[in-house]
Each structure stands twice: as C-alpha cells, then as structure tokens.
Design a binder for this molecule. Structure first.
Ligand code: SF4
Length: 492
C-alpha cells in the first residue's frame, strides 16, 4: 500500500538531540519541539529517550525511552513528557526504509549492559547490515527488530568495554552506507556522520532560558545553555538555538558538559551529500552543508528556465516544494508566477491508496486547481520530481479540465531511473516511470504538451552556483545516474 498516491520518494528519518549544561533543565520538551519541525522526514513513528538517574544501589545512569507509531503530536502529550525529565535527550521520527513499519523498528533503540546504557537514533541505511548482523548473531547477540539501527547499537554495546570513544570509532569503521547518528550515554551525547556525508547532521548551541518581562526565567532556577544535534537547521531554530556548523563527513563529536570534542574517524573520502535533500527532502528554511535549501530550489527553477523555456502565460508550482522553483522559472523567463494549484494540508500519513486505480483518485483529493487562474492560459507546471508519474498525469488532466490551453511540465531534478540504497524509499525499478520511458514517450503518457527535466549539471549548479563544471564530486546523484558513492552489490 502506498500513502498519498505513492508518487514521491519518501524521506528517510529525522534525528534530534539536546544536551543541557544545567542538570536542572529539561531536554525532553525541547526534543519534542525539534521533532515537530522534522516531522516532514518521517511520519510513521516517533520516540524520545532520556538519561535517567541510576537505579537504587547502582552508580551508572540508565536510559528511559518512550516511542510509538504515529506523528509526534499523537505519540507525545504533556503527561508522557512530564515523565521524561532529564537534561539530555535524543529523539527520532521515522519513515521505514529498512525494516518493516512496526513499533519494534521505531527508534530510539536502547541497550542496557553491565557498564551502563545507551540510546541510538539513526538516519540512513547500512549497505553491510546483513553481514554485521550475522557476525553479531554468531557471537551470541540477540536482535528484536529488523532495523539497521539495532545493528549499530549492538555493535557499540559489544565494543563498549573499550570506552565510549573507541567503541564508537570501532563501530563506525565497521559499518558501511549512510548514517547520521546521535548517541546518548549516561553522561554524554555523541554525533557521527558517515564518511561521505550522505545524510545531513548539524550542530547548534542551545541558548539559556529566555527571561520574562521581569527578568526571571520561565524555567525557575535554571540557567546555562547546551548543545543540539539535528538532521536539519530548521529544528535548531524551532527550539531557539543557534546554528553553529554542519558535522563534517567522517566526523564524530562527543558532547560532555560544556565541551565538544571532535575527531575524524575515516580517511579522506569523497563527500557525496544526497542531492535530493535540496530538491525535495529538506525543509526550505534549512541550510544543509552551507547551502540554503530555498535558494537552491529557486536557482533550480531559474536554470530550468534557461535550459528549457517555453512560451507561457502562467507558471505554477506543485505545492509545496515546486513553488520556489516556479518563482525562479518565472524570474528567468519573464512568465508570470501564480498559484494555480491548491494542496490539501490534511492528506498525509493516514491517507492510504490501496491500488493504482485509487492512487489516481488520491491525487485529486490532494490537489485541486484554481480554475479562474488557469483558464485559457498556456501553463508551465513545475514539480520537484517524477517517480511513478501518477501525480503529474492527474495534474495535467485537472489543469486541462479547468480550461488550461497548454500544459508544459518542467521538473527540478533529472529523471529518477535508479533505486536509492542510502535511506530513501524508492519504488521497484519497473515502477520508476523514467526508467521505463524516454522523455517523449513519458510526455505523451502524461498528456502534457511538453516535458523537460533539469540536467545533472544544472542540478549541481543550482546547489552550488560556483560549481562551474569542475567535477561531479560533492553530491550523491545515484538515483539519476546509477553511479553511487559507495559500491552497492547488485548494481552496475
Ligand atoms: S541515490 Fe538519490 S535519493 Fe539516494 S542518497 Fe543518492 S541522491 Fe539521495
């Protein structure tokens, strides 16, 4: 079954962690807010884990965790959060890419062992998870889920007697694939990003509690700031924090009290940030690896206008991610930008389209046309991507039904022809419509008057205007080109 028409690549997951330097502050509520602003990265489950005081007679802190299926606002309420008081907490929102959609695979994962407890939240997919799982099982380690993230936590737990730093480096040297990890221990929070930096992770500073008009803090008696680790900078903004920097590919940061210890665990490897983060996954108010996502989307539209302009009376973006590019396309070609399509904000996670026939209907429920805006006009329709083609076909039909004279589709990503192995849910290759059809065939099948995709070079230029054709390194383009930054067994 597919949600919302099954016609978008699905975001992977979002991770968020807060470490307060004042032990009287409560990090769980801040993580709750952070997860809300990362909800677009995963809507199947949500969870928060916190440091908890040592059980009676023990010295080691332990970890408590609450997680459930559903949106952040469905899993957590005031009562649940009041049970999670702690100065350090990590949280996760999930869309399943490896492992099934069930509570067993919801994160954080927590492991309790002789020397303490740890919680792990992970965004990404390991390409050698099966091998590592088998090795751990041979060594007597039990698993309760089918998730890659449990492989990571079991590997850290197995190495923990060597000390946190060594356990982490040994673990991350062993795993392959994409990961942005946040780990919570009894006294520290740790962030790590894979050597190619495929999935994003950034560091922020948590400011002290804001004083009220009388100069008093709302969190009585507490002071001091702390640190934040987040998939996207928009989540740092959501808790009133200050963005400091991106975690570098192959970097580990260990946060303890007011110190951030950083080291690089991998030899120099090719940076390969997921190009789709800029096209669609990330929120437009985020900055990823020093690139402002909104700016990249507007530039993509400008470049599309340069590469494939067509005479038009109106430029319309498919909400939400097509809108910045439509603004850019309008600027570049001089065609007026307008809101020709309205999106229902309430079609989402719970909207199930059980088969292809109903998927067509799902698109109509999700989008509708403003007839007075498009009637008798030559319309350019800008979208972020075409996956199965269901959305584009239906949008062309409803625009023409509403009286549009011509509909020209322009897409801000190159054709998606190959699967993703790094944490993004892609349909089977046979369901990727650009894998099965050339542009002309596809245009005819969508019922459009013309169709054009941004070039790979144009996409790179939209992300980095100074790219200048030097080299394609820097970004993963695997689902467009079939060339992956990490060897994937079975792929050419
Ligand atoms: S294959 Fe595509 S979706 Fe996957 S990481 Fe690379 S660019 Fe992103």
């Amino acid at each position: 079954m597919a949600r919302d028409g099954g016609d978008k690549l699905k975001e992977a997951c979002g991770v968020f962690g807060v470490y307060c330097t004042d032990p009287r502050r409560n990090a769980a509520s801040l993580v709750y807010y952070g997860l809300f602003s990362l909800q677009h990265r995963g809507q199947e489950s949500a969870g928060i884990a916190v440091q908890a005081p040592p059980p009676e007679g023990k010295n080691e802190h332990t970890i408590e965790c609450r997680k459930g299926m559903g949106l952040v606002g469905e899993v957590f309420n005031g009562e649940v959060l009041s049970q999670l008081k702690s100065p350090a907490a990590v949280g996760h929102v999930r869309y399943s890419t490896s492992g099934t959609s069930s509570i067993e695979n919801a994160q954080p994962f927590v492991s309790h062992f002789k020397l303490g407890s740890i919680a792990v939240v992970h965004n990404g997919t390991l390409t050698n998870a099966d091998v590592v799982r088998e090795l751990l099982e041979d060594a007597g380690v039990g698993f309760t889920s089918s998730s890659d993230s449990e492989v990571i936590i079991n590997l850290i737990a197995k190495n923990y007697k060597k000390g946190l730093e060594k356990a982490l480096t040994d673990t991350i040297k062993f795993i392959k694939g994409s990961y942005a990890l946040v780990v919570l221990t009894g006294d520290a929070m740790v962030g790590a990003r894979d050597p190619n930096g495929i999935r994003p992770l950034c560091l922020g500073r948590l400011n002290g509690p804001a004083p009220d008009e009388n100069g008093a803090s709302h969190e009585s008696g507490v002071s001091g700031g702390g640190w934040i680790l987040a998939s996207e900078s928009c989540a740092i903004d959501a808790v009133g924090g200050t963005f400091i920097r991106d975690i570098e590919p192959g970097e580990v940061v260990i946060i303890k009290r007011d110190d951030v210890l950083s080291f690089t665990f991998s030899e120099k490897t090719r940076r390969a940030v997921c190009a789709f983060e800029y096209v669609y996954f990330a929120r437009p108010d985020s900055t990823i690896d020093s690139v402002d996502v909104y700016g990249a989307r507007v530039r993509a539209g400008e470049i599309l206008g340069r590469e494939s302009a067509v005479a038009a009376d109106l430029v319309v973006g498919v909400p939400d991610s097509g809108i910045p590019a439509a603004i850019g396309y309008g600027r570049a070609t001089g065609a007026p930008f307008g809101l020709g399509i309205v999106k229902s904000k309430y079609v989402g996670r719970t909207f199930i389209a059980p088969d292809q026939g109903l998927r067509e209907r799902a698109v109509s429920v999700k989008h509708n046309v403003i007839g007075s805006e498009v009637r008798n006009k030559r319309v350019v329709l800008i979208d972020d991507s075409i996956v199965r083609g269901t959305t584009s076909r239906r949008l062309v039909a409803i625009l023409k039904d509403a009286g549009a004279r011509e509909v020209h589709i322009r897409i801000c990503s190159p054709p998606v022809r190959f699967p993703c192995y790094f944490g993004i849910d892609t349909p089977h290759r046979k369901d990727l419509i650009s894998n099965m059809n050339g542009v002309n065939e596809l245009c005819a099948s969508l019922g459009a008057d013309s169709l054009a995709f941004i070039s790979v070079e144009g996409l790179l230029e939209s992300i980095d205007p100074d790219w200048g054709g030097k080299d394609k390194a820097g970004y993963c383009l695997g689902c467009f080109t079939g060339e992956y930054p990490i060897p994937v067994s079975g792929e050419r």
